[in-house]
Design a protein around this ligand. Structure first.
Ligand SMILES: O=C(O)[C@H](CS(=O)(=O)O)OP(=O)(O)O
Length: 243
């Protein structure tokens, strides 16, 4: 039976060997929720980059640009880090490619590249990711983006929810990290959104008046898209299998 382990922060990734495994990178608030939403809304692919200047430069190649630092959209770009940027119709996103840089999410993606496969997880595509992992039948590490290297509740909660979904098909009992995330998921029931109100990131987003982002990002199974990060691009899984 394949194992499901959880890495609470990118700073701990040196302790994990991702080779031969599937990495599920999660940054519920808000990078991976926005990436899932972007692909569901018809974005062709996303390129995660480290620096804002790198992101801005990609506009010359026809990319839409999405850049955020400390929760705020940067000057001179098309989009920030809110999933509503892909939903509100202000920027036409269908059939466009997006260069994206965020505080925590893009770093976690870059650091996970040694995995056999890197997928992008969020509550918005929880069941789709679980189905994808069932088909892969490989060991899994959930890589929590956290906040500036620190543990965060929302990404760990996602890890617990995913482990709960896969508990009969994956070994979720050998890792204390997975057991802790499962306990957290149980503690958050029956209302994970209310539970997350206590998290530091939700308080940060509230102070930026992004409460509706949090309410959206904790919704489960809104989309069935599974983004896969490969060769510098994030594409929907079916596209990746066909190409
Ligand atoms: O925009 C976000 O939600 C965060 C910024 S911060 O953690 O609040 O500074 O970026 P992300 O990379 O999605 O964690």
């Amino acid at each position: 039976m394949p194992t499901l382990d959880i890495c609470f922060s990118p700073e701990l990734l040196t302790l994990y060997d991702l080779r031969g495994r599937v990495a599920v990178v999660v940054d519920v608030l808000r990078a991976t929720s926005s990436i899932v939403t972007a692909l569901a809304q018809g974005v062709t692919h996303l390129v995660p980059v480290s620096e804002v200047t790198e992101c801005q430069a990609m506009a010359a190649q026809g990319y839409l640009t999405a850049a955020e630092r400390d929760g705020r959209q940067m000057e001179g770009v098309d989009l920030g880090n809110s999933p509503f940027g892909y939903l509100d119709g202000i920027v036409a996103v269908r059939d466009r490619a997006v260069a994206i840089t965020t505080t925590n999410g893009t770093r976690a993606l870059h650091l996970s590249q040694t995995a056999d496969t890197v997928v992008v997880g969020a509550f918005l595509n929880l069941s789709a990711v679980a189905d994808f992992l069932r088909r892969q039948q490989k060991d899994v590490v959930v890589v929590c983006a956290g906040w500036k290297g620190n543990f965060c509740l929302e990404d760990t909660l996602f890890g617990g929810a995913l482990a709960h979904h896969l508990a009969t098909e994956f070994n979720t009992t050998d890792s204390d990290a997975t057991l802790a995330a499962l306990d957290l998921w149980q503690a958050a029931q029956p209302d994970a959104a209310s539970y997350l109100l206590k998290s530091a990131h939700v308080r940060r987003l509230n102070s930026l008046e992004s409460h509706k982002d949090m309410e959206f990002c904790v919704r489960q199974d809104v989309y069935d898209v599974v983004p896969v990060y490969s060769e510098g691009r994030i594409v929907a899984a079916l596209q990746s299998v066909q190409s």
